[in-house]
Design a protein around this ligand. Structure first.
Ligand SMILES: Cc1cc2nc3c(=O)[nH]c(=O)nc-3n(C[C@H](O)[C@H](O)[C@H](O)COP(=O)(O)O)c2cc1C
Length: 252
């Protein structure tokens, strides 16, 4: 499907999953369901600081996430201020030295992603690049955009999540619950987030920077800050399949 058509398709779906308008009144009366629907992956942030106290407050909420056996397997590493600038510089240098990923300890996607997931992934990319006005042929601009992941899309705070390597798949799911709770807590407070698996491509560099112990495996980053609400990339909503496409009701 050509990019323009995909975009039209997206806009049709968007009406079904309309993002609540974030007005002052809305903020006063918002429900959890509003917060869930208004959270998006924010990919352009204001140059406006977030205090350590506020980040601590968010983590203080997220720690109430459930985990099997109450293991609370998550480890969180907050990078802000000068450390954020140093990390960005360190990773930039690492990319210049070796444009290929550090290593593939963690595969973000299976090597041969099958449909429908492959199509969903490429639809997302096409819709995002259409919003950004970056055509498919402009590989340099697309690469540049990808690299903005490694600047947290301008967010003043970077949060990293790691797990002990001895954990199994269950604990990875529990970490996911923690991350979503954190993102929703941020949303409630007028902050914005973007989870960033992109950092796993630089896991070695980031792990060394964070001084992770040998048992710690880096999973993911999260950009945290105030959204630039005027940026077109923040004024677009990714689509979702309908409930019946992923749910079976077994009744008899
Ligand atoms: C664990 C995780 C990692 C992600 N990593 C990235 C990333 O590295 N860069 C990025 O731009 N988006 C990333 N995303 C955002 C997804 O593309 C996004 O969640 C998905 O398209 C749904 O859109 P929404 O979050 O705006 O609702 C990530 C999302 C999750 C949940």
């Amino acid at each position: 499907m050509p990019a323009a058509n995909q975009y039209a398709h997206h806009q049709r779906l968007e009406q079904e999953v309309e993002r609540p308008r974030e007005t002052f009144i809305w903020a006063l009366f918002m429900k959890l369901s509003d917060i869930i629907k208004s959270r998006i992956s924010t990919r352009s942030f204001l140059d406006k600081p977030v205090s350590e106290e506020q980040v601590r407050g968010l983590l203080d909420i997220a720690r109430w996430s459930p985990s099997g056996g109450n293991l609370q397997p998550w480890r969180v590493h907050v990078v802000m201020g000068d450390a954020r600038a140093r990390l960005i510089e360190t990773v930039k240098n690492a990319i210049a030295d070796n444009p290929f990923a550090d290593e593939a300890e963690l595969q973000i996607y299976p090597p041969k992603l099958a449909d429908p997931w492959r199509a969903r992934r490429s639809n997302l990319a096409e819709e995002m690049y259409a919003t950004l006005n970056i055509p498919r042929e402009d590989k340099a601009a697309r690469l540049q955009w990808l690299l903005s992941n490694y600047e947290f899309f301008g967010a003043p705070v970077g949060v990293f999540f790691s797990l002990d390597r001895r954990f199994d798949k269950g604990q990875w799911a529990h970490l996911g619950m923690f991350m979503q709770t954190l993102a929703l807590a941020a949303e409630e407070q007028g902050l914005a987030t973007c989870m960033q698996e992109a950092w796993t491509a630089r896991a070695k560099t980031v792990s060394a920077f964070l001084d992770l112990g040998e048992h710690e495996q880096l999973y993911c980053g999260m950009a945290l800050g105030f959204a630039d609400k005027d940026a077109p990339v923040n004024n677009w909503r990714s689509t979702r399949v309908r409930v019946d496409e992923f749910t079976s009701f077994i009744k008899e």
